[in-house]
Every structure is written in structure tokens, then in C-alpha cells.
Design a binder for this molecule. Structure first.
Ligand code: ATP
Length: 361
């Protein structure tokens, strides 16, 4: 087990482009499950590969257990990597795949066999140990790749989108399996995904990256409730938050004709314009014709059993201006209906209209 510290870690692939990883500072506790999330190309994999020693560092440092990893070869870092592709040897059985690295590290056959047997038990692979990857399902291969990392009993797990090749249902069950396993083993884990649902459900904390820069590191709840900027607000949460620019006069923002008051100090920071964020649960459907409500044309209705989401755009706006409303019940609202909705000011997020930074300190 180990702590991991990124100290302004930077990776610049070319002199002319901005760094792929730009002075990232991140303090990961012993035994923590940290998820790195962000859109494609934001630098997640590069950050992880720098920790594993697969990518050089052009600036800053990375410490494992307080030791600077500069010049330490990947195999000497005691970091086990799980890749999206699984990277299993096709001509080796599951057991051989798991034992391979151990044997390379000089672990005796008896010890390697014992560790493989233990990992196979944890991962419910006992009946598959003699099978080759070609004769296994995606989920089974994924577990072998996990097993190969577990048997090493490393200081740190690095996982790069390990669930991407699984179908939706298997992803959900494997997601909770990995999270449980990590808690049980207590091995410090850095997990890369572009899937914000994975990020929100698996990690102790989530680090959100954009353009190589760390935006916010926080618990899933705090990221959702207190995003530091409009980017984090829009990236975290599914369905996505509604973000719109609104004029502010006398401390009240105007969202499609509906007043949303700002607390006094927020109004002072906002000036005459603000970016407002309203999550699906911050809207409610009201009777048509209710004064100061927004009329929405319904573009899509998702009934998910115990809850529903209604997506629509203001009658006065265009379709890209999409508002999502969460209903805690099934709904009779149908495609093409026009409904009236109102925002709950208590659920509103306020961001600087120019920088996108939260107006809350
Ligand atoms: P994805 O979710 O699509 O895998 P990512 O967030 O993991 O993306 P990285 O793979 O870390 O992103 O890439 C970050 C940036 O660095 C991208 O702009 C990418 O094009 C660039 N990059 C990555 N590897 C190289 C390389 N070997 N040479 C030049 N540029 C690279």
C-alpha cells in the first residue's frame, strides 16, 4: 500500500502544442480509490502512464510513498496496470497469464500458483484457469486481467478504462465488483474513465481533467453539489445540467422570463450577466399558464421505471437549448406536448458568465 503524489507533473509531447498534462498536483491517500475523469484527449491516460513509468515526465515530480520516481523503471515501481485491451497473451491459459509476470519477477512456482489460486477464488475464475483468452467472454477476460494485477500485490493499481469493452449490463455489475474488490484489498488505485457514471459510483474521490489541467478533486457528492466551474457542472451529472446565460437586474436573473434571485454577495460578483446551471431535479412541472413559468416543447420522454426524464426546449428558443426535467413518477407527458416548468432557485448554480468559475467561493 502506498501514497501517490503528483507534484506539478507535466507532459509535453511537442514543443508547439500545449502540454498534454499541465502541472497536475494531486495527493492520493494510502488505500484510496481515485478516479481520473474527463473528455477524450484531456490527458487521463497520459497522467496514468506517467505514474506507471510508461511515459516520461517533462516537469514536476511523481512520488510513490514519498519517493521520487524519476529514473525508476516501470518494473521497479511496484505498480500494476490494467489496460482497456486487457493485453492478455493469447497462447497462454488464464492461470499462465496471471502467473507470467510473477515468474518474471523471480517468484517461485509454488508461490505463484498459490497467489493465482487465491486471485482466482476472489474473482470467481477457478473453473476457467485452463482456458485461453480466445475461449473466454469479455467479462471473463477482464477478470483475468484484474487477476494478473492482483497476484502481484502491488503498491498501486493503475486502471485505464478497464470496462470499456464490456456490454452495458456487464459494465454495471463489474463496476461494483471492482469497487468492492478495491475496498477489500485496500490497494491505492488510480482509475481512468471518460464515463462519469463510473466516476461517480466507484471512487472515494474523483479528479476532473480538462485540456491537461486539473479542474477539481472531490468526493462524488461534492462534485455534483459544488462544482467549481461550469465545465465540471456540465461534465458531472447524467442527464446533464442545463446551462444558460441570463441577464441579472437588481439581484435577479432572468431565465426565459422566470426570475431566479441570487444571494446578495453572488449578485455583486455576477454583475449584469451570469451563467446559471439547473440540474434536472431543480425544475418542476407547473400548470400551464402559471405566471413566470417557462413553456417547453417536449423533444423526448424517458420513462425509467421509478422516475422519468422529460427533455424539451423553450417554445421561444431553439432545440439546442435543451432543458431536462426529472419527475419522480411515471408521466403522461408525451413527445410534442407543450408543458410549463419553473426552476427552484435553491437548486440553481451560478457561474461567472465570462470565466465559467463558480460564484461561490
Ligand atoms: P481518451 O479518453 O480519448 O483516451 P485521454 O484523456 O486519455 O483520452 P491522452 O491519451 O492522455 O488523453 O492524450 C492527451 C493528449 O496528448 C491528446 O491531445 C493526445 O492527442 C496527445 N497525445 C497522447 N499521446 C501522444 C503521443 N504519443 N504523441 C503526441 N501526442 C500525444
Amino acid at each position: 500500500m502506498a501514497t501517490v503524489y503528483f507534484d506539478e507533473a507535466t507532459r509535453r509531447f511537442t514543443a508547439q502544442d500545449p502540454p498534454a498534462v499541465d502541472a497536475v498536483t494531486l495527493d492520493i491517500a494510502d488505500g484510496e480509490f481515485l478516479v481520473l475523469v474527463g473528455p477524450s484527449g484531456c490527458g487521463k491516460s497520459t497522467t496514468l502512464r506517467m505514474l506507471a513509468g510508461l511515459e516520461p515526465i517533462d516537469g514536476g515530480r511523481i512520488l510513490i510513498d514519498g519517493h521520487d520516481q524519476k529514473g525508476v523503471r516501470p518494473r521497479d515501481r511496484d505498480v500494476a496496470m490494467v489496460f482497456q485491451s486487457y493485453a492478455l497473451y493469447p497462447n497462454m491459459s488464464a492461470a499462465e497469464n496471471m502467473a507470467f509476470a510473477l515468474r518474471n519477477f523471480g517468484v517461485s512456482k509454488a508461490d505463484a500458483d498459490a497467489r493465482v489460486a487465491e486471485a482466482a477464488k476472489i474473482l470467481e475464475l477457478e473453473n476457467l484457469l485452463d482456458r485461453k483468452p480466445g475461449a473466454m467472454s469479455g467479462g471473463q477476460r477482464q477478470r483475468v486481467a484484474m487477476g494478473r494485477a492482483i497476484v502481484r500485490n502491488p503498491k498501486v493499481f493503475c486502471m485505464d478504462e478497464p470496462l470499456s469493452n464490456l456490454d452495458a449490463k456487464l459494465r454495471v455489475s463489474t463496476r461494483s465488483q471492482i469497487a468492492r474488490l478495491q475496498r477489500r484489498l485496500g490497494i491505492t488505485t488510480v482509475y481512468v474513465t471518460h464515463d462519469q457514471v463510473e466516476a461517480m459510483t466507484m471512487g472515494h474521490r474523483v479528479a476532473v481533467l480538462k485540456d491537461g489541467k486539473l479542474q477539481q478533486v472531490d468526493t462524488p457528492e461534492r462534485l455534483y453539489d459544488h462544482p467549481v466551474n461550469a465545465f465540471v457542472a456540465s461534465f458531472i451529472g447524467s442527464p446533464a445540467i442545463y446551462l444558460t446565460k441570463a441577464a441579472v437586474a437588481q439581484g435577479v436573473a432572468d431565465v426565459h422570463g422566470t426570475p431566479v434571485p441570487l444571494e446578495r454577495e453572488l449578485a455583486a460578483r455576477a454583475g449584469d450577466q451570469v451563467t446559471i446551471g439547473l440540474r434536472p431535479e431543480a425544475w418542476q412541472v407547473v400548470p400551464k399558464g402559471t405566471p413566470r413559468s417557462v413553456d417547453l416543447v417536449v423533444d423526448l420522454v424517458e420513462v425509467l421505471g421509478s422516475e422519468s426524464f422529460v427533455y424539451g426546449h423553450p417554445t421561444a428558443g431553439d432545440e439546442a437549448d435543451r432543458i431536462t426535467v426529472k419527475l419522480d413518477e411515471r408521466t403522461r407527458i408525451a413527445l410534442g406536448d407543450v408543458i410549463a416548468v419553473q426552476p427552484d432557485p435553491a437548486g440553481a448554480h451560478f457561474f461567472d458568465a465570462t470565466t465559467g468559475d463558480s460564484l461561490r467561493p
